[in-house]
Design a protein around this ligand. Structure first.
Ligand code: BGC
Length: 527
């Protein structure tokens, strides 16, 4: 594997290699994303299965079955109860991610992952055997608790383990695992929907136990991160761990910086209050805006409801599930592009390029749906070439998301928070993501009913706003060691005034919170 001295772009060197151990550790940890992905991918397909609808949501089933070709097709799935099935999970995840921050801080990232796996496994069992709607909802909530724990801990874990030069690529394994989870779920839905007797949905929902077991076993095998060990006062163990994962014997410089950051962070007794201080304004803004914007790309309209969407625009049941498999494959394949390019081209380039690509596709998709489906959503006989063209542009849109906002929505927040607020800030990031995942899941069918073909234009407008936000406010974080991140804000034309006035305050308060950070950056600036 690649090795040697790694020089950060700001001149700081931490010697170290991308060892096989650290690579495998990150791969195993990132499979935590599988449970999230499996769930994202499974619910849309299940809610488009007639046997499932008939059993749990008979009113929706009757409505869908009674829609005549001349009726408004855009509204046939419009049911708040049905969407509550999909969205309830994300409310539970939101609550769990807040509690998870305390577990992550005091007991380590691994413990939170383990709990994530256990809760998710329990939820999968309840759902697989569900006989009543309440069982479905309880199962969904358990799954949600599991996802909240995993999403809070896994991105932090990977960012802390990775040598900073490869942090982007390794962290994106999390997103890759999410997309693989979605794809597996899409494929299983396709096959299980064909099971005679219509009980295939039980296998789809119960199958979530498999990714859950992977994260449970994984969290037993993984070591704790040096940062977390230091945070919990296990200094010797932390150093030993750092030596092992960096594959060299002299890790003093990195170790000392981790200790300095940890000491500064220990002075912060209340991370939840601290994060609202003015000097953390850039991080707080990113922790809120990045997940918010990620959801407003509209990607989850495809993730959750591709089968429903394809069915709405006239595809048959099985063609709809197959099209979801196609978009799922594109999603995974395109994530690989970002893994290979993020540490070379940087985060900003990918964000901006992906945004432009998504915008263009959203406009084309809107025109294509408007032209053929009009106000009723009824295309009459839909020519094959037209349907394929539509799926093609949806795929290009998905690819744009998959190498930009998808992975970067998790990577950037996990690498910009200083240790003293890291767990709390990551919880905010996950919570905001979950609130808006919930909102999109909940309102999608009625948005489709009311906005009709204008649905994609709504998201396209947001894509313009978020691209401007990145252009103006997000500094490049490629190649900057995680404990040195304060420098990028100090050098940023807009954020400088927030962090620099604090730095002056601190020079009059020796040893104040974050001072380790500041000392490190001073050394760098003097270098
Ligand atoms: C997002 C999910 C989305 C998935 C699609 C993730 O990064 O957080 O909401 O469904 O990407 O690949």
């Amino acid at each position: 594997m690649a090795g040697g001295v790694i020089a950060s772009e700001d001149g700081r060197d931490y010697p170290g290699k991308l060892t096989f151990k650290v690579f495998m550790t990150c791969v195993i940890a990132a499979t935590g994303g599988l449970i999230f992905g499996y769930d994202l991918g499974i619910s849309g397909g299940v809610t488009s299965m007639d046997s499932f609808l008939e059993k749990f949501f008979p009113a929706v089933y009757r409505k869908e079955a009674s829609v005549k070709p001349s009726d408004d097709q855009y509204c046939k799935f419009d049911s708040q109860t049905l969407t509550l099935f999909t969205s309830s999970l994300y409310l539970a995840a939101l609550v769990a991610s807040i509690f998870a921050s305390t577990i992550t801080r005091h007991f380590g990232r691994r413990t939170t992952m383990l709990w994530g796996g256990i809760l998710f496994c329990a939820g999968a069992l309840v759902n697989g055997f569900a006989d009543r709607v309440w069982m479905l909802i309880v199962g969904r909530m358990l799954l949600g608790f599991g996802i909240g724990c995993a999403n809070q801990s896994v991105p932090i874990y990977v960012s802390e383990m990775a040598p900073y030069k490869y942090r982007g690529a390794l962290n994106m394994m999390f997103q890759l695992a999410i997309t693989i989870g979605i794809l597996i779920a899409n494929l299983l839905n396709y096959f299980f929907a064909q099971i005679e007797g219509g009980w295939g949905w039980r296998l789809s929902l119960g199958g979530a136990m498999v990714p859950a077991l992977i994260i449970i076993i994984g969290s037993f095998c993984l070591p704790d991160t040096p940062n977390s060990l230091i945070e919990r006062n296990h200094y010797d163990e932390a150093k030993e761990q750092l030596v092992k994962i960096r594959g060299i014997s002299n890790v003093d410089e990195e170790f000392n910086d981790l200790v300095a950051a940890s000491e500064a962070s220990k002075l912060v007794k209340h991370p939840w209050a601290t994060i609202f201080q003015r000097k953390y304004r850039p991080q707080l803004t990113m922790a809120i805006c990045i997940p918010f914007f990620q959801q407003l790309t509209g990607m989850n309209v495809i993730t959750f409801y591709a089968p429903v969407l394809f069915k709405t625009i006239g595809f048959g049941s099985s063609a709809s599930l197959m099209s979801a498999v196609i978009t799922g494959s594109v999603n995974s394949a395109a994530t690989l592009v970002s893994i290979f390019s993020v540490d070379r081209w940087g985060r900003r380039t990918l964000f901006l390029q992906g945004g432009a690509q998504m915008f263009i596709c959203q406009v084309i998709i809107t025109i294509a749906i408007a032209a053929k489906f009009g106000m009723t959503g009824n295309p009459g006989e839909l020519p094959k070439w037209y349907a394929s063209g539509l799926v093609f542009f949806i795929c290009i849109y998905v690819a744009g998301f998959a190498w930009s906002w998808g992975p970067l929505g998790w990577l950037v927040p996990s690498e910009i928070f200083p240790l003293e607020i890291r767990s709390a800030a990551q919880s905010i990031n996950v919570s905001v993501n979950m609130i808006f995942t919930f909102a999109i899941a909940q309102v999608f069918t009625s948005m489709l009913c009311h906005l009709k073909f204008g649905l994609f234009i709504f998201f396209a407008c947001w894509v313009v706003v978020m691209s401007f936000f990145i252009y103006k406010f997000l500094p490049e974080t490629k190649g900057v060691p995680i404990e040195e991140m304060s420098i990028v804000w100090q050098n940023h034309p807009y954020w400088r005034k927030f962090v620099c006035s604090e730095q002056e305050d601190k020079s009059t308060t020796p040893g104040g919170p974050g001072s380790g950070d500041i000392q490190m950056s001073k050394r760098v600036n003097n270098a």
